[in-house]
Design a protein around this ligand. Structure first.
Ligand code: ATP
Ligand code: MG
Length: 268
């Protein structure tokens, strides 16, 4: 519908349009170095700041010398977590933890012999029970030293690890980084890049509409994207070629935005 209305071939703000932002690229490059060395890395940030996009890039760009196991269903128990690991390593899941762990360790050494390093990525790691994390940590302690565990999660992950009782985990961290909120200029540049990607002119959004979207996004890319897309749909519904302040304010009336803030009172 949007494509027909604006006469473009690509969907605006599609998830394929994901070249990395500078800070994401820097995190990715650093993680890649750690992946060769072995270590324990933490990537933390508020929801919608682009952590999973970095994880996906790490998976996509891993070369043949790296075996990547990616765990994203972190609500799982340890049993299911090692089941996922067994799957990633291409080995049979055994009945007992002990057998599973032994098989995984054997496979890890076989991979090392073949010149490959191992990277385990855990997304939404703040949902992982600390007990499960500790068991993983103990398992990886028996892996060859060039293995790397990368946790992606919300900032409370580090707060949980700050407790004295979890010092054994925290003290093993070799690299940690926070994904930032974008400042207004960077956010506008991000939205413009998305428009460029689908062939829409920057002027598709009136400057004051763009300004309000940027302010409402609070520096979070997911919010900015959803907001900008909803406004575009609103313009299509109103048969307009340019997203104006009225369109943005109509979107902001929706309950999930409304609670938040920032309805521009000048347009009422
Ligand atoms: N480099 C990028 N290019 C285009 N869009 C991006 C980029 N990075 C992030 N985004 C947008 O931001 C959204 C949120 O990113 P992502 O899912 O990586 O956040 P997150 O930090 O993992 O959030 P959560 O903590 O909720 O899992 C993506 O769905 C995408 O729309
Ligand atoms: Mg995520």
């Amino acid at each position: 519908m949007i494509r027909a209305h604006f006469g473009i071939d690509r969907n605006p703000f599609s998830h394929e349009a994901c070249g990395l932002l500078a800070y994401q690229q820097e995190i990715l490059d650093t993680l890649k170095v750690h992946c060769q060395q072995g270590g324990f890395c933490l990537v933390m940030g508020t929801p919608g700041t682009g952590k999973s996009v970095v994880r996906d890039a790490l998976v996509k760009e891993a070369d043949k010398r790296v075996m990547v196991a990616s765990i994203s269903r972190t609500m799982h128990t340890y049993t299911n977590t090692i089941r996922i690991l067994c799957q990633a390593f291409g080995i049979e899941h055994a009945a007992s933890h002990y057998r599973c762990e032994r098989n995984l360790i054997e496979e890890a050494f076989a991979l090392r012999q073949a010149g490959r390093s191992i990277v385990t990525l855990v997304d939404d790691a703040h949902l992982l029970e600390i007990d499960t994390l500790r068991k993983l940590r103990l398992l990886f302690a028996d892996f060859p030293p060039n293995n790397n565990l990368v946790l992606f999660g919300q900032p409370q992950l580090l707060s949980a690890l700050a407790l004295k009782a979890h010092e054994d985990i925290r003290s093993r961290i070799t690299y940690s980084v926070s994904t930032p909120r974008l400042g207004p200029e960077d956010m506008e540049a991000f939205l413009h890049a998305q428009l460029d990607h689908c062939g829409l002119a920057h002027s598709t959004y009136a400057p004051e509409a763009m300004g309000l979207i940027v302010r409402t996004s609070d520096g979070l890319m997911r919010r900015a994207r959803n907001m900008a897309l909803s406004c575009l749909l609103e313009a299509v519904r109103a048969r307009k070629r340019t997203v104006d302040l009225d369109n943005v304010n109509r979107v902001l009336m929706q309950p999930h935005w409304r609670e938040e803030r920032d309805i521009d009172s000048t347009s009422f």
